[in-house]
Ligand binder design. Structure first.
Ligand code: PLP
Length: 455
């Protein structure tokens, strides 16, 4: 039991009353954040080099954003979207519509990535139902992939290890391989690889029957599951063409990679990919208030409007002004400080430096990513690309060493075969500068070398 007013520098389960995210090990209490840095209660300074869970797009403590959010709070923090509209949600929606791929101009705001993914899948289903295509109900998603932790989003996620306890609830999802250059089974990723992945997708659609498939869900650039893997250049356009051919909704999960992270406001932009729905979350709110967005086309919403009273995915916080004020201020900040440009230009340097400094290390198999998102894959054998056994806990160890050195990163496992595989990702806030990039890369290298010396 923690006494009220007690000052603690760290906590571990079963201390306190919060159900902590980690039930093993100490978690430091954080005191404050400033720019790319965090300071804990003991005074230790960290570089938030993964932006928490890829959230902190504009850095911590940005006064101009805080002022705009508090200004909205002093007007009104909450109204129900069924009773009232707000100028701030219209303002943010019109900014997103102006930046989005052609035709994506209708925005539904929610609070988390998982909710918006669920909303996107349900939107596709309601759309086909309203069109009289009731048979369209199957979902195709990639493996590995991550789309969230609520049951439907978890069902769509290609992360078998997350489903262990929940299999009685999880619904069936059809699977295609997520493109990963490092682990592509055919030579010539850009052309032969693209054809390989697209042929498999088309074969699956035909085997299942196009009339039964409602949507394809994919990450235009891989997130935590693939370590920032980028698809072959023609892949996304190819998926779009198949979706148009077989009347299937294409949903781009940009929860992690959207809002400038990859050097493009929308990650889909780079390959001129125009999906039916884009989902945003993390970078959109920058950590200032919970907010996610499902963006689709007015022509799709028209189908629902003709046949039903509305989109049947009501939640208490839909289109809420507080979250939208945060998103609106974050998007303005990104524009004013040219952060998408920074992610593109400095991102190039970041990727080069990481590859140059890390590739020669004996346990680093691959360094990949786009813009200010990078993933480092660790392998036991660089020639065969064989992963370490899960029990070696490599990504955990790398993360822990780096955390001790004051570098916050994001580790993930099991991408190779559902059990083994080690990736550690970096996604510094988009305000990062060249000197800070150098420190991040140097610290990362030193941490990996430290682990290498113990193996
Ligand atoms: N989609 C992707 C690609 C994600 O990375 C995540 C979260 O990490 C989600 C969806 C789920 O978002 P949330 O955790 O906000 O529910």
């Amino acid at each position: 039991m923690i006494k009220p007013g007690a000052t603690m520098q760290s906590i571990s389960y079963p201390q306190g009353h919060v159900l902590l995210r980690k039930l093993k090990g100490e978690i430091p209490f954080i005191d404050r954040g400033e720019g790319i840095y965090l300071y804990d209660k003991s005074g230790k300074k960290y570089i938030d080099a993964s932006g928490g869970a890829f959230v902190t797009s504009i850095g911590h403590g940005q006064k101009e954003v805080i002022e705009k959010i508090t200004a909205q709070m002093s007007k009104v923090s909450y109204v129900n979207g069924r009773h009232f509209a707000t100028e701030v949600s219209e303002s943010l929606a019109s900014k997103l519509a102006a930046k989005a791929p052609k035709g994506l101009d209708r925005v539904y705001f929610l609070s988390s990535g998982s909710e918006a993914i669920e909303a996107a899948i349900k939107f596709a289903r309601q759309y086909f139902f309203c069109k009289g295509l009731n048979e369209k109900k199957k979902i195709i998603a990639q493996i590995p992939s991550y789309h969230g932790n609520t049951i439907f989003a978890l069902s769509a996620s290609g992360r078998p290890q997350y489903k262990k306890y929940f299999s009685p609830f999880v619904t069936e999802t059809l699977r295609i391989e997520a493109p990963m250059k490092y682990r592509c089974p055919v030579a010539g990723y850009e052309d032969a690889g693209s054809k390989y992945y697209l042929d498999k997708l088309e074969a699956l659609i035909l085997a299942e029957g196009p009339e039964s498939v409602a949507c394809i869900l994919l990450e235009p650039v891989g997130g935590s599951s693939t370590g920032g893997a980028c698809p072959p250049r023609k892949y996304l356009k190819g998926v779009q063409a198949l979706c148009e051919k077989y009347e299937i909704f294409c949903i781009a999960d940009e929860v992690l990679v959207g809002v400038g992270r990859t050097g493009y406001f929308f990650a889909s932009e780079k390959d001129q990919f125009v999906p039916d729905i884009i989902v945003l979350a993390k970078g959109l709110n920058g950590g200032y208030a919970p907010l996610s967005a499902m963006i689709t086309k007015t022509e799709h919403v028209d189908v629902l409007a003709r046949e039903s009273a509305g989109f049947l995915h009501a939640q208490t916080f839909v289109n809420n002004p507080l979250g939208c004020a945060a998103g609106d201020a974050v998007v303005d900040f990104i524009e004013r400080h040219k952060l998408v440009e920074n992610a593109r230009e400095l991102g190039g340097y970041f990727q080069e430096q990481l590859s140059r400094e890390l590739s020669s290390l004996s346990i680093v198999g691959n360094v990949t990513g786009r813009g200010l998102l990078a993933g480092v894959e660790f392998v036991k054998d660089k020639t065969s690309k064989a992963p370490f056994k899960k029990s070696a806990m490599i990504y955990d160890k790398v993360q822990n060493i780096l955390f001790g050195m004051g570098l916050v990163t994001w580790g993930n496992g099991a991408h190779v075969d559902g059990e083994n595989g080690d990736i550690v990702l970096l996604a510094p806030p988009l305000i990062v500068d060249k000197k800070q990039v150098d420190v991040i890369v140097e610290t990362f290298k030193a941490g990996v070398k430290k682990l290498e010396s113990t193996l």
